[in-house]
Design a protein around this ligand. Structure first.
Ligand code: PXP
Length: 239
């Protein structure tokens, strides 16, 4: 079954907008799990703009499966190897960006990425690299020994018409290559209740990480229903 990882960062974004103690991110994570999320994903950003260190520890203690998104920095590797989440997804991070823009450039950061992968795996943490569906990046993900790739679906989600078909073809080819190299294939970023239909054309998918569309829908239908609706859609995946 295709796994759903729900990213709860934006529950914390809402909390931070007023500096209150609510909405409670741990409670949100537990509602997501009860509604069918296989795992919970959070991104501890360098600037702690949403999820903070206390949240991360509390979520880790409460959920079945925590996927920690993190930049490839000494600080984050130290936090992750201390916490030991079930998996870590290495992402690029720029301070000014609204959200993660583009995939990790493994080629340009080969030694840093290799070291981080080895340090995390030494603690039995499964490691994923968030990358664009490019041949070179995928090949290098296998070379550095990553367990998984998370193919960046943001360009597909933002494109329209023929451009979107082209982006989907890149994702399909990328997934084929990653699977042929023995990597598990995850995907995420910008996936919503409509564009997910196209995502189902990508073969070998293991897990989708989805945040913004679910948390947004939750405002209108509640978090439980928002997760269940996404989970129900995902049951259509057969490739
Ligand atoms: N996967 C990764 C690596 C991400 O950085 C994000 C955004 O934090 C997501 C998935 C989820 O993206 P979205 O919030 O657009 O669903």
């Amino acid at each position: 079954m295709l796994k759903l990882g729900v990213n709860v960062d934006h529950v914390a974004t809402l909390r931070q907008a007023r500096g209150e103690k609510f909405p409670d991110v741990v409670k949100a994570a537990l509602v997501c799990e009860a509604a069918g999320a296989w795992g919970i994903t959070t991104h501890l950003r360098e600037d702690r703009r949403h999820i903070n260190d206390v949240d991360l520890v509390a979520i880790h203690g409460a959920v079945r499966h925590l996927n920690m998104e993190m930049a490839v920095t000494d600080e984050m590797v130290q936090i992750a190897t201390g916490l030991v989440p079930n998996s870590c997804c290495l992402v690029p991070e720029k301070r000014q960006e609204l959200t993660t823009e583009g995939g990790l450039n493994v080629a340009e950061n080969l030694s840093k990425v290799s070291k981080a992968v080895a340090a995390l795996q030494a603690k039995k943490i499964a490691v994923s690299l968030f990358i664009d569906p490019e041949e070179r990046q995928i090949a290098l993900a296998a070379e550095v020994g990553a367990d998984m790739v998370e193919l960046h679906t943001g360009s597909y989600a933002n494109a329209r018409g023929a451009d979107q078909v082209r982006e989907l073809d890149r994702l399909i080819d990328g997934a084929e290559l990653a699977a042929s190299l023995g990597l598990k294939v995850n995907a995420g970023h910008g996936i919503d209740y409509e564009n997910i239909a196209g995502v189902f054309k990508i073969p070998h998918l293991n897990e989708l990480n989805i945040g913004f569309s679910i948390i947004s829908k939750a405002l209108f239908v509640g978090l439980d229903k928002a997760v269940r609706e996404m989970r129900d859609l995902m049951d259509a995946y057969t490739l």
